[in-house]
Design a protein around this ligand. Structure first.
Ligand SMILES: Cc1ncc(COP(=O)(O)O)c(C=O)c1O
Ligand SMILES: N[C@@H](CCCC[NH3+])C(=O)O
Length: 434
């Protein structure tokens, strides 16, 4: 088999007939740490972070900041890498915010998102002085006014709008339509701006929109930038204030299979920056700080999942020791992935099979109609592009403990999230006769 290099980490190689990532033998890692096992390639991960920072610094003449969207995958070590690489972090819960703090991220580089933030989450974000709370609706704004009323220095606020733009992606991950659950409807924006400006405890920073994830066509992204600038100009005309920050969110797509194009971060930065500069010139607005929030395009390609083949059924089914509880994307979105046998990645394909997950759902099929060499029990299946929205969406369905995560770099393997134990899974269970 040939490895489509753009879906695997940059360090992928075949050594002595085995798959190597980050200078490490994946077969040996599976033996050392057990399976299922998730690997994160340090070079690919940091490479994407640097590519984003550099691309926007080059393409955009104003200030720019790249926030990693932690929902794609978050743990303390990864947040430490975010801090080391000079990125900011977007969080969506109190615990994600705690991870940012544990990792030592400067709080002014952290934004709190969410359509249903609790008071406890807002209070933590306010107490820790996050750079911005991204307000999603008028009810939240009202609560935020009350929760900040004691502040002597105001809390930064971005207003998220639903820009009425339909992204060309799976319906479950499109978030920009006028009727989406996220963001202020356009007709509510003036009211939100008026309330924010009237609140002495809030500082209006600007506008935000995020139209969806796994985007390849950039036309809707540029349309989003244009809507944001037009709204900013209207706000300037009505309220006499210009935004200091605009964010068109994240969403850049990644290839999961060989036929999909490689992610082009440089082109994305050029297209977004050019659209923003042109629109600002048209509306005579000063260039704002540009914040982008990529998740998938930073972490997906760095990740590889390793599964042990447990057995087969007939010609067409291969059973593995993981599945929808560690990667729900095939079941939820019909997502497709690329895979090889890590113990014989160069062997020619000999069969087309479905790879069934171990969970008690007929829909738990990790890979459909995938060509593999002859598969045998104890073979090791390696799935590419597994870094984003896999472990972060994992569950303990069937009470199976969740996999470990290992960071690989220069031949060193570091456990950054240990495998869940049976005791972890049962830690919350309380006996009836306690
Ligand atoms: C507000 C917001 N920002 C950023 C992202 C990151 O998206 P992606 O992982 O597609 O880059 C998301 C997820 O779709 C999001 O909801
Ligand atoms: N979980 C989705 C992406 C959601 C993005 C978050 N708003 C996926 O795997 O594609």
């Amino acid at each position: 088999m040939t490895l489509a290099s753009h879906v695997w980490p940059e360090t992928v190689s075949v050594v002595d007939g085995r798959l190597w990532i980050g200078g490490c033998d994946t077969v040996a890692l599976a033996e050392q740490f057990g399976t299922p096992l998730y690997l994160l390639d340090d070079l690919t991960l940091r490479g994407a972070m640097r590519a984003y920072r550099q691309a926007f610094a080059t393409a955009y003449p104003g200030p720019s900041i790249v926030h990693y969207a932690g929902k794609a995958l978050l743990n303390t070590a990864l947040a430490q890498i975010v801090a080391q690489e000079g990125l900011g972090l977007d969080v969506v819960s109190a615990t994600e915010l705690l991870v940012a703090q544990r990792a030592g991220l400067p709080m002014d580089r952290v934004h709190l998102h969410g359509n249903a933030k609790s008071d406890q989450e807002l209070e933590r974000a306010i107490a820790w002085r996050v750079g911005a709370i991204v307000v999603d609706n008028l009810d939240e704004l009202q609560r935020l006014c009350a929760l900040t009323s004691h502040l002597t220095t105001p809390q930064g606020v971005l207003l998220r709008v639903a820009p009425a733009i339909e992204a060309d992606t799976h319906a479950h991950i499109a978030t920009g339509s006028a009727t989406a659950k996220f963001g202020l409807p356009l007709e509510a924006l003036d009211e939100a701006v008026a309330q924010t400006l009237a609140a002495p405890s809030l500082r209006w920073l600007g506008l935000h929109a995020h139209i969806g994830s796994q985007l390849f066509a950039l036309e809707q992204v540029t349309a989003t930038v244009e809507v944001l600038v037009a709204l900013a100009a209207r706000i300037r005309d009505r309220f006499g204030v210009a935004p200091v920050e605009l964010s068109p969110g994240g969403g850049l797509g990644v290839p999961y299979t060989a036929d999909q194009p490689a992610t082009d971060i440089g082109r994305y930065a050029q297209v977004v920056s050019a659209a923003l500069c042109a629109a600002c010139e048209r509306y005579r607005l000063p260039l704002p700080r540009l914040t982008v929030e990529p998740g998938r395009s930073i972490v997906a390609r760095a990740g590889v999942a390793l599964y042990r083949v447990v057995g087969r059924k007939g010609e067409h089914w291969v059973h593995i020791d993981g599945g929808m509880a560690d990667n729900i994307r095939p079941a939820l979105y019909g997502a497709r992935y690329s895979a090889v046998l890590a113990n014989k990645p160069a062997s020619p394909p000999a069969m087309t099979v479905n790879v069934g997950g171990r969970y008690c759902e007929s829909g738990d099929v990790l890979l459909r109609d995938i060509a593999l060499p002859t598969v045998q029990p104890d073979d090791l299946l390696a799935v590419a592009t597994a870094g984003a929205y896999t472990l972060s969406m994992s569950s303990t369905y069937n009470l199976v403990p969740r996999p470990a995560l290992v960071l690989v770099a220069d031949g060193q393997a570091r456990l950054i999230q240990r495998r869940e134990t049976e005791a972890d899974v049962l830690a919350r269970d309380l006996l009836l006769d306690r």
